[in-house]
Design a protein around this ligand. Structure first.
Ligand code: ARG
Length: 412
């Protein structure tokens, strides 16, 4: 038997290599590690997989594909889960799962495995993708069944098999980082009232230690996709690295939220997403001037559905394809630039411009040069208010109260 397993280099997935082999009749294990911009030494991770008993260890740089095919669609869609989380993890999982399948097919493997726990969302994203792309592959999720249920038993298992266990007093957090952000869970943050300790943060500095003053930056978009910084064209990888760095230095993009997981429970999540925060902010601002009112507001509803389906592991689904087609069409005129002023812990829009801007200064001005015909407002309002005038008249003649007030506790 041949098994391709997702490999991060951490303790769980390292124990999985011998465990899978031992529990599946000496199966041959292929470890797969994707570079999503997590900033780790991937050649060392590859070597560790081989030292741990993998017959083969594949490392692939997925950063460009991750950005072009997953992050940019999420930006275009303004997909932010429950209004706060830019979903670096939720977007990364379907891509990793897809690559695992590709390796499995190329190597003629029988099964794919992942190191997700039974109470998280990531198992959902991996397994829905596996089923969508290669329904014949067997799926193995050791963490849901194995006997290594405590950290102590895992360490013991690892030591017995010569797997290096970090000797340093490791931080008690579960971390998942890539180029779109970072998630930090567990430890004392499981108490919702406890402020995340300063040592929990990875990508961002404490805003109170940020540089004095502020800096200005200009993000340029072409049809909804960020393409330039301060007027200079820039690759996605470079742009995200730059914005993570700059935003991180100023402590921008810290998120502390309680979210609803797919598997039914609420969890406290601390995220860092400097680049994602700045880019979503700028992108939405550009839509404010380039989209007409109904499209802008309709798209906000689509954003929520799009965010939910990404979070829920349904990237490889017909609904994602259909919504993405709508979103891409909506971005045809979302081209232009947005200027942002970044200072300690904050980012503020200070300017926006676009060749497709629908803002008409002549119509908007209260100064000389006004082109808005005020006299048309009179007729407009007669018709616009007509339904409510009618409702009030009917209620009055039927002896009903006109319009409801608060039901409970309102002052008389
Ligand atoms: N709660 C987030 C999500 O479901 C982040 C999960 C982070 N995963 C992890 N293994 N630490 O997308």
């Amino acid at each position: 038997m041949k098994i391709v397993t997702a490999y991060s280099g951490g303790l769980d997935t390292s124990c999985m290599i011998p465990w899978l082999s031992e529990n599946f009749g000496g199966a041959e294990i292929i470890a797969f590690t994707g570079d999503l911009g997590q900033g780790e030494d991937l050649s060392a991770i590859r070597q560790k997989a081989l030292n741990t008993g993998a017959a083969m260890a594949v490392v692939e740089d997925l950063r460009e594909e991750f950005i072009e095919e997953y992050i940019w669609p999420a930006v275009m869609a303004s997909a932010v889960y429950e209004g706060m989380y830019p979903m670096h993890t939720s977007l990364g999982r379907p891509l990793l799962a897809k690559k695992l399948v590709e390796v499995a097919l190329a190597e003629g493997a029988d099964a794919v495995a992942h190191g997700c726990t039974g109470k998280g969302n990531d198992q959902v994203r991996f397994e829905v993708t596996f089923q969508s792309l290669a329904p014949h592959l067997r799926i193995i999720a050791p963490l849901r069944t194995w006997e290594l249920t405590t950290r102590e038993s895992e360490v013991e298992y690892a030591v017995e098999r010569g797997i290096p266990v970090p000797v340093t007093l490791e931080k008690p957090y579960s971390i998942d980082q890539n180029i779109w952000g970072c998630a930090i869970e567990c430890g004392e943050m499981e108490d919702l009232w406890t402020e995340p300790p300063e040592d929990a943060w990875i990508m961002t500095k404490d805003p109170s230690h940020a540089p004095k003053g502020s800096v200005e930056l200009i993000i340029g978009f072409d049809q909804g996709i960020p393409v330039s910084l301060d007027g200079r064209p820039m690759s996605g990888v470079k742009l995200l690295e730059y914005l993570n760095d700059l935003g991180g230095t100023f402590g921008v993009g810290r998120i502390d939220m309680v979210e609803n997981r797919v598997v039914g429970l609420k969890s406290r999540e601390v995220y860092e997403a400097p680049a994602a925060t700045l880019i979503h902010m700028a992108h939405t601002e550009l839509e404010r001037i380039t989209l007409d009112r109904v499209t802008f507001n309709y798209k906000r509803k689509v954003s929520q559905d799009f965010a939910n389906l990404i979070y829920d592991g349904l990237w490889f689904s017909p609904l994602r394809e259909a919504l993405q087609a709508f979103v891409e069409e909506s971005q045809r005129t979302v081209t232009g630039e947005v200027r942002i002023r970044v200072s300690a812990g904050s980012a503020r829009i200070t300017g926006r411009r676009s060749p497709f801007s629908l803002y008409d200064e002549g119509l908007a001005t209260y100064s000389a040069g006004d082109t808005f015909d005020r006299t048309t407002a009179d007729g407009f309002l007669k018709l616009y208010g007509l339904p409510y005038k009618t409702v009030a008249q009917i209620r009055r003649s039927a002896g009903q109260p006109e319009f409801a007030r608060r039901k409970n506790g309102a002052a008389k």
